[in-house]
Design a binder for this molecule. Structure first.
Ligand code: KIV
Length: 286
């Protein structure tokens, strides 16, 4: 159960007030059924641009479009009752100027019904975060490993192990001071995550950043064992749904070939028997 219970929708100020308290529970979702599953347990549900890799088979998040985020955002909105819903701004939709970021954030908010947006970047995005926050757009920031900058970074390795630790620390401070209501810290060492968490006013949400953070987020398909393309060290698999699904699909294929499926109970008769009358009335034609 979320730290807030499920009596009212969680707001960005609620999240900010959780600094230093019970860890915040956050997961991604991209569809209505998964949003319904995660909503009762989460403080934040993120429609992450990871959707491009997880559901669309893209090699990185760079090919994700605003239209994709809006479509998945609309689906997730239908499954959320209490969690704070955040939608990622995709690569190229906010970096050019604060005005571009506002225009696209406003579109995402009005077309999906989400409460907040997330964007990647530290000191360089602080002005934009302030611009959005001052105009009614709550922003979740994202520093450390920023997958939209993968070409510039050169790989998905741990960030902040050397001389870049101080830059990441300054990034986190800058986005928090600019008004971000929470800061995702991705793939940084525990000592740096602890230091940043102790220094910034906004709650830190870790992904591969240790339990020193104020909350945790995972990609839901990773923790359910549904996404097998790669297996980062920081992901704990709470289920192996990919294996269960593969076994179920193999059983189906076997039973179809052996004419074991469909069985008699899955087959409609020519004419309804008297006992079938109610089902027939309710729309299940014989
Ligand atoms: O896109 C995403 O799912 C994310 C989380 C992993 C933080 O940014």
């Amino acid at each position: 159960m979320s730290a807030f219970g499920d009596t009212k929708a969680i707001t960005p100020p609620d999240i900010r007030s959780c600094k230093g308290g019970t860890p915040l529970v956050c997961l991604t979702a991209y569809t209505t059924p998964v949003a319904r599953l995660v909503d009762p347990h989460c403080d934040v549900v993120l429609v992450g641009d990871s959707v491009g890799m997880v559901l669309h088979g893209l090699p990185s998040t760079l090919g994700v479009t605003l239209e994709m985020m809006i479509t998945h955002g609309q689906a997730v909105r239908r499954g959320i009752k209490q969690a704070l819903m955040v939608v990622d701004l995709p690569f190229g939709s906010y970096e050019e100027s604060p005005e571009q970021a506002f225009r696209n954030a406003a579109r995402v908010m009005s077309e999906t019904g989400c409460t907040a947006v997330k964007l990647e970047g530290g000191e360089t995005m602080a002005e934009t975060i302030g611009f959005l926050a001052a105009r009614g757009v709550p922003v979740m920031a994202h520093v450390g490993l920023t997958p939209q900058a993968i070409n510039a970074i050169g790989g998905y390795r741990v960030q902040g192990r050397g001389g870049d630790a101080e830059r990441i620390r300054r990034d986190a401070i800058a986005v928090s001071e600019a008004g971000a209501f929470a800061v995702v810290l991705e793939k940084v060492p525990e000592a740096l995550a602890r230091r940043i968490t102790g220094e910034v006013a906004a709650p830190t949400i870790g992904i591969g950043a240790s339990a020193a953070c104020d909350g945790q987020i995972l990609v839901v398909d990773d923790m359910l064992g549904l996404f097998g393309d790669f297996r980062p060290k920081f992901v704990k698999r709470y289920a192996e749904l990919g294996e269960a699904a593969a076994a179920a699909i193999a059983s189906y294929a076997h039973e179809v070939k052996e004419r074991q499926f469909p069985a008699a109970k899955h087959v409609f008769a020519d004419a309804p028997k008297p006992a079938d009358t109610d089902a027939t009335k309710s729309g299940e034609a014989a």
